[in-house]
Design a protein. Structure first.
Lengths: 246, 241
């Protein structure tokens, strides 16, 4: 592994994004617009919005980064550039970490903007504070990035990559506790929720919403999300083949 | 003869169904331009991908400079230009070259001079800061070729490098290829164009996954009693069927 090559890959991915201002605008603006929209959907029930909005910060960055990363990585996997890179003195981890680093920076900016809109503009009170909210949103976005990198290995077209969103993200969304408390769901769904990373992203944001102090459950939730992120990155690196089967 | 690539009884079946290469054995010389010539679907790209180690082959053996194809030691001395464009369309030509130069392990100072030379060689200096997506087809092809010229490769494997280029530019690129060969680089060029064959020092004629002839152009013409490679190819194919 070479830090120079990892950083160079991250820089390259960011330059590619910089040349696509529309994508950047969508990335940074859409989550804030959705959160704002939701505030007015719950115009007559502000308490419902105040309770739900921070949890959505555990979901929006993840889903958007999942989508953008899976398509960007799929493009690379399907183009001749990966063929060329894999015949060069480049480690697979340089490649995957470069992508992860670049999208992590994007995720950080996206999550920070959304948090600032939520807390600063929409006036939602989060007991845990702005920093804890940003940490939670960024960890969720990183998870989306890692899952996107990994899942791109199983898509052979951009159509398929987009379909992974309802297949991989939506079931997690349904059981994560946003709509119905997990202990009120059927037992098999509770087991399923317990092994899904989004559950812990949303739980972490719940902790931020409910407690002014940093709780041990909050730390545990973030560590589990981090664990899933690292695992997905490693699996993503494994799915990149130096040699492809004939 | 020093051997750059040694292939022994290589057979490749793509997707478990299509036999792309059938029992190919070859010894390719060092410091020569070698043409893999044959029609589309003949197996040229499969052979090229096997040599650069991108394709996992089960039957047969390939050694490049004495090392199994795809060995880590070869990654710094073998460069590869894929048939499809292998540059980032949403980066400029210069950004592409700078990125691949870093990936090839070049230092920034060395890369800068090398990139300027390469841009001149492929006549893209004026387009250095243009996004690849905004280039014409031929310019994109040259940008892709430019990446393969980075560093000082001992073996360059170019899959259809001149397809879609006008004859004048093609001629200039062949002058560049010949200069590289004079400096000791071994060059493998795949092409379906018979007129390119005559520019090579050594020819491998391929059809339906089989090598139907291997030798210097003059030697092939002599053995087939023909006046050009196309006629030689047709005669060999006629004899093959």
């Amino acid at each position: 592994m070479s830090p120079v090559k990892t950083l160079s890959t991250a820089k390259r991915v960011l330059k590619q994004l910089r040349h696509d201002p529309r994508t950047l605008a969508l990335l940074f603006i859409v989550p804030s617009v959705l959160i704002t929209l939701l505030k007015y959907v719950f115009d007559g029930q502000p308490k419902v919005f105040d309770g739900m909005a921070p949890m959505l910060l555990g979901i929006f960055p993840m889903t958007m980064m999942f989508l953008i990363t899976s398509i960007a990585t799929l493009r690379e996997r399907r183009s001749g550039t990966l063929d060329r890179l894999m015949t060069m003195p480049v480690s697979k981890l340089d490649f995957i970490l470069g992508y992860a680093l670049a999208f992590s920076l994007v995720a950080f900016l996206q999550a920070t903007i959304t948090c600032l809109v939520l807390i600063g503009l929409l006036g939602v009170t989060v007991l845990g504070g702005t920093v804890a909210t940003i940490v939670g949103a960024v960890s969720s976005a990183l998870l989306g990035t890692a899952l996107g990198l990994f899942s791109s290995a199983f898509a052979t077209s951009e159509f398929q990559a987009v379909q992974f969103m309802p297949a991989i993200i939506f079931p997690q969304l349904l059981v994560c506790g946003l709509f119905v408390a997990r202990d009120q769901m059927a037992q098999p769904l509770q087991w399923f929720a317990n092994i899904m990373p989004l559950t812990y992203s949303v739980d972490a944001m719940k902790q931020v919403t409910m407690y002014a102090d940093w709780t041990s459950t909050h730390t545990q939730d973030l560590l589990i999300v981090l664990g899933f992120t690292v695992l997905a990155l490693l699996l993503g690196a494994i799915t990149i083949r130096r040699q492809v089967r004939a | 003869m020093s051997v750059s690539v040694k292939i022994k009884k290589l057979s490749v079946t793509l997707g478990g169904r299509v036999q792309a290469l059938k029992n190919v054995s070859l010894e390719l010389p060092v410091g020569k331009s070698i043409g893999f010539i044959g029609p589309s679907g003949a197996g040229k790209t499969t052979l090229v991908r096997s040599i650069v180690g991108r394709l996992k082959t089960a039957d047969g053996a390939i050694h490049v400079f004495g090392q199994p194809a795809g060995s880590p030691a070869l990654r710094s001395i073998v460069t590869y230009m894929t048939q499809e464009l292998s540059v980032y369309a949403d980066l400029t030509v210069k950004e592409n070259l700078a990125y691949f130069a870093t990936m090839a392990g070049q230092r920034r100072a060395d890369a800068k001079a090398n990139i300027a030379d390469i841009l001149r060689a492929v006549e893209l200096t004026e387009k250095a800061n243009t996004l690849v997506s905004n280039l014409s087809g031929g310019q994109k092809q040259r940008a892709s070729l430019a990446v393969a010229l980075i560093g000082s490769p001992q073996l360059m494997v170019l899959d259809e490098p001149t397809v879609g280029l006008d004859p004048v530019l093609r001629d200039k690129l062949w002058q560049l290829f010949n200069n590289l060969v004079k400096q000791g680089t071994t060059l493998i060029v795949s092409s379906h164009s018979m007129d390119e064959a005559e520019r090579c020092d050594d020819l491998v004629l391929i059809r339906s996954g089989r090598v139907i002839a291997h030798g210097a152009p003059a030697q092939l013409l002599k053995s087939t009693g023909t006046k050009n490679v196309e006629q030689a190819f047709l005669k060999l194919v006629g004899g093959d069927e």
